[in-house]
Design a binder for this molecule. Structure first.
Ligand code: KG4
Ligand code: ZN
Length: 411
């Protein structure tokens, strides 16, 4: 069996700029430069990057605080906040990089998938920007960008397996090239971050003194560390489905029923904090981790059976906001150790939505000359856009049984 290790990617590559490459602004290199713009959900992000993957300047405006208060993302609110911030965020990224629009080689912007109203703001802004400055436009698929971000941090050769888990996504895919993906499985209902956000809201964790500023997933991880997961043995979802798809809605229903029952037992009204929130958090986190681990295990076995990953040093990349959960990472480490894969998790900053990952995707496309459009071509956004070629039916037909693996995780 191949040795397995979990690697945290904490360092960006440092490329020294030759003085002769330095622009009048002091920082920009002589290589081609890409401006990346992200507005697909609730983060307004922009970054300027050179062709070597060096981040020259970036800016990010997060709407998290607003959405935490309203109890979820309201698309019109997200749209308004993107509108209010996009020009400033782009301007800041340009200023911090010391690059003026004329020096850019292209503008890369997320156009799919995401919230229609949010995508529209980024696309409208980018369309007028590229027309004004006569710059090529590179439309970006948000999930492809998540999947490829790891390659900005260290060389990871194609093909590799990728698990993307966040508030909006849950999928397993094989990345075979910059624009070549095989979709092995995705969520049938909601994403794990969404589930944890909703459970946290149902538990009113915002009222917990240690959780008031945390996202639902962060609050659950924090409280779970002191909880006893065995007190609430939730069923891991989809035990009888031998594919790589995910489902979290049924699990959330189990959790909600348990919360209601416990409220009744404790004589507590909905909206007040239960005495056993840590135990519920621990059980929730364990069930989510266990579901993710099982589907990922099957995806690894499927890839091995079909020869989809290299025999030497096969890699699993895990990204998205939920990937910063240490308990989930440990569960996935147990699976990669059992199957001989390397596990790579970009640091949290690069797991979540930002302009940098979009700029990097633009760089990868620019290098390969793929998907670069003239400034006057009309591009539309696509709220729903599958990632790559969907082979979920083939995965289901293979019906691979996953051998039992004990997820013994200590905090
Ligand atoms: O990638 P992201 O910033 O935005 C998208 O959803 O696209 O991910 C945010 C999600 C939220 O649902 C949040 O609750 C979850 O990631 N999250 C976590 C943790 N940190 C953030 N979930 C579990 N454990 C965490 N430590
Ligand atoms: Zn995302």
């Amino acid at each position: 069996m191949l040795p397995s290790r979990a690697v945290n990617l904490h360092r960006l590559p440092h490329f020294r700029l030759k003085p002769s490459c330095t622009s009048a602004y002091g920082k920009a290199s002589c290589s081609r430069l890409v401006l990346g713009i992200e507005t697909s959900c609730d983060d307004t992000g922009a970054a300027v990057m050179d062709e070597a993957g060096l981040i020259l300047g970036e800016s990010l405006h997060s709407q998290k605080e607003v959405h935490l208060k309203t109890g979820g993302i309201i698309p019109t609110v997200a749209q308004q906040l993107h509108r209010e911030n996009i020009a400033r965020v782009v301007q800041e990224a340009l200023e911090r990089s010391g690059v003026n629009p004329g020096q850019l080689s292209a503008v890369a912007t997320t156009v799919k998938p995401g919230l229609a109203l949010s995508l529209g703001v980024g696309l409208d802004f980018s369309r007028s920007f590229v027309r004004r400055h006569s710059k090529p436009f590179i439309p970006i698929h948000h999930m492809e960008a998540h999947a490829l971000t790891v390659r900005m941090l260290q060389p990871v050769a194609f093909p590799f397996l990728v698990l993307l888990i966040s508030g909006g996504h849950s999928l397993l895919a094989v990345a075979r090239g910059v624009d070549d993906f095989l979709l092995l499985g995705q969520t049938l209902d909601e994403a794990p971050g969404d589930t944890m956000d909703k459970v946290a809201r149902r538990l009113s964790l915002i009222k917990h003194p240690r959780c008031s500023t945390l996202s639902g997933g962060q609050a659950i991880e924090l409280l779970a560390a002191d909880g006893d997961r065995r007190r609430f043995p939730f069923r891991t979802p989809m035990g009888q489905n031998y594919d790589c798809c995910f489902s979290f809605a049924g699990l959330r229903n189990q959790i909600t029923m348990t919360i209601m029952k416990t409220e009744a037992e404790e004589g507590v009204q909905q909206g007040a904090l239960l005495s056993c929130v840590s135990d519920i958090a621990a059980a929730t986190q364990h069930s989510v981790a266990s579901h993710l681990a099982k589907r990922t295990h099957r995806a690894i076995l499927f890839c091995k059976a079909k020869g989809l990953l290299p025999a030497c040093s096969p890699t699993l990349v895990v990204s998205g906001g939920v990937a910063s959960n240490q308990y989930i990472r440990k569960a996935l480490t147990i699976i990669t150790e059992a199957t001989g894969l390397h596990l790579l998790c970009p640091p949290a900053k690069f797991c979540t939505d930002n302009g940098v990952m979009i700029a990097w995707n633009g760089v990868e496309r620019l290098r390969e000359g793929k998907g670069i459009l003239p400034h006057d071509v009309d591009v539309s956004y696509e709220p729903k856009a599958p990632l790559g070629v969907d082979i979920t039916a083939e995965v289901k037909a293979a019906a691979i049984r996953v051998p039992p693996v004990k997820l013994k995780i200590t905090n």
